[in-house]
Design a protein around this ligand. Structure first.
Ligand SMILES: Cc1ncc(COP(=O)(O)O)c(C=O)c1O
Length: 483
């Protein structure tokens, strides 16, 4: 018989050297964090050319791959760790999570089946309950770690649909021959709800986006009027989505009132807490979330306000049985008949079969930092956001557009401009100009149709001087723009 060729592994000695070099690269990311550019303005075409190569037939030296990765990826990465990132919701990651990710990849557990990842499965159950504890959602909850807020919301709406229509057997028959059913939320809702409604075959025409009040929370009267109107017109209202922190301004709907309406009209009550849910762990804002515990499902996102590196979100429901009813499908090759009782297989409670070990980094971080410190960080983010809003209000060349109880502030640069047209123009031009400059990374949004700069401050590394720096860089860049 021909000799078998060896596997892909290298010697322990060489592997150690590779790990040492990787560790040096990891460490270097934490040096001079405040001096690092937030964005490297390298033309897209140039980047494309760096990676424009044919499928390699022969392997290259692993040390050389590390060097190439350093120059082409690390050295010019958008600094999402950092101090000067304000766009979207970029929480910066934690050092303990880096250890967790590396160890998780090393043991390569498959979180779909208990016996393929025994300790990780138990850890995931624990992390799910800890997530529920943070937001006061109850004990013995069910839940699954997913890729992020979008996936958590898609899961929430999927569970809602499958459970709500269990009697109608729509999982066998599909949505054919049902009357259109309708989903309600505020017009400030995150786009992943639109995507979810689309993916679930409900149709975005049946997503009712309700007007908001001046503080961007859902208008309850308009909501009830719409539900009543839909019932009168033959629609089936089935799900109400509350926002526990909108992406634009951090607005938290009156969740108690929504829970009441959901009960009155027999609707599934889902809460999108991806952005703000975890802040409900703070005494200072807890009251804003009254009613969150009454939700049938809640999306939370650990790669936001638990500072985890991407990806890890979580869908929570009141018990495990709900998940099993929503997702279980029998398959001969997954049969658990011969296994010991008491094991929970995540593939029976969620969509994915093969799954990585997202829970490990979260578990290690929560244990390593402890909730006391994590709460302090969340509170610091909120305090820094108030500081930013105050600085904006106190200055003559900026104007505040939306303050929030959470960590997002919307404002405009006004400089010495007096005409509204010029103010709109300068703010629109600021976004690409700031990206080109690269010292800070901030994006915009629209509030009631008006374009504004939006700073999100969910990042445990930020300090007061970074906020001052942000405003100064915006000023400096604005002054270089010719209208
Ligand atoms: C309120 C809200 N929901 C959902 C999402 C989507 O989360 P992800 O980006 O993790 O998919 C976001 C992201 O910012 C959000 O702010």
């Amino acid at each position: 018989m021909k000799d078998m060729i060896n596997n892909l592994d290298t010697s322990p000695e060489e592997f150690k050297e590779l790990l040492d070099r990787t560790n040096e690269l990891v460490l270097s990311r934490f040096q001079e964090l405040d001096k690092r550019k937030a964005y490297h303005n390298i033309p897209q075409e140039e980047r494309r050319q760096w990676f424009d190569e044919k499928l390699p037939e022969e392997g290259m030296n692993a040390f050389e791959i590390l060097e190439e990765t350093k120059t082409k990826v690390l050295d010019n990465a958008t600094d999402n760790l950092g101090k000067h990132m304000y766009a979207y919701v970029m929480a910066g990651g934690t050092q303990i999570s880096i250890l967790g990710e590396q160890l998780a990849a090393t043991i390569n557990q498959n979180g779909g089946k208990w016996h393929l990842s025994p300790s990780i499965a138990e850890i995931e159950k624990r992390v799910v309950q800890w997530g529920a504890d943070m937001i006061g959602y109850g004990s013995n909850v069910g839940g699954v770690l997913v890729s992020g807020g979008s996936a958590a919301n898609l899961n929430g709406l999927t569970i809602a649909r499958n459970i709500y229509f269990e009697r109608k057997e729509i999982r066998k028959t599909g949505l054919f021959n049902t009357k259109p059913f309708t989903v309600y939320t505020s017009k400030e809702v995150h786009g992943c709800i639109d995507k979810s409604v689309d993916l679930l075959g409900i149709g975005t025409n049946h997503l009712r986006k309700i007007e908001t009040n001046s503080d961007f929370t859902i208008n309850l009267e308009a909501l009830e009027t719409k539900i009543k109107g839909d019932i009168a017109n033959g629609f089936i209202p089935f799900c109400l989505v509350g926002n526990a922190g909108t992406v634009n301004t951090g607005a938290i709907d009156d969740l108690n009132a929504l829970a009441e309406l959901a009960r009155k009209y027999s609707l599934w009550f889902h809460v999108d807490g991806a952005y703000g849910g975890l802040a409900s762990t703070l005494d200072s804002v807890k009251n804003e979330y009254n009613g969150l515990d009454r939700a049938d499902s809640v999306a939370i996102d650990f790669h936001k306000w638990l500072y985890q590196p991407f990806e890890v979100g979580c869908i929570l429901v009141k018990n495990w049985d709900i998940l099993k009813r929503a997702y279980f499908k029998k398959a001969d090759y997954l049969d658990t008949k011969f296994e010991h009782q008491g094991r929970l297989d995540f593939n029976e409670h969620s969509f994915q079969l093969s799954r990585n070990s997202k829970a490990l980094k979260v578990w290690m971080s929560i244990k390593g930092y402890g909730m006391k410190r994590l709460r302090e960080m969340i509170q610091k983010d909120i305090d820094l956001t108030h500081y930013l809003s105050e600085q904006v209000e106190a200055s003559s060349d900026f104007e505040i557009k939306a303050r929030s109880h959470l960590a997002v502030s919307c404002f405009r640069y006004v400089g010495n401009f007096t005409s509204e047209k010029e103010i709109i123009r300068i703010n629109e031009l600021l976004i690409p100009a700031l990206e080109k400059d690269g010292r800070v990374f901030i994006t915009g949004t629209r509030l009631n149709g008006e374009f504004v700069l939006r700073a999100c401050i969910i990042n445990h590394r930020k300090q007061k001087e970074d906020i001052d720096y942000l405003l100064n860089v915006i000023r400096e860049v604005a002054q270089t723009i010719e209208l």
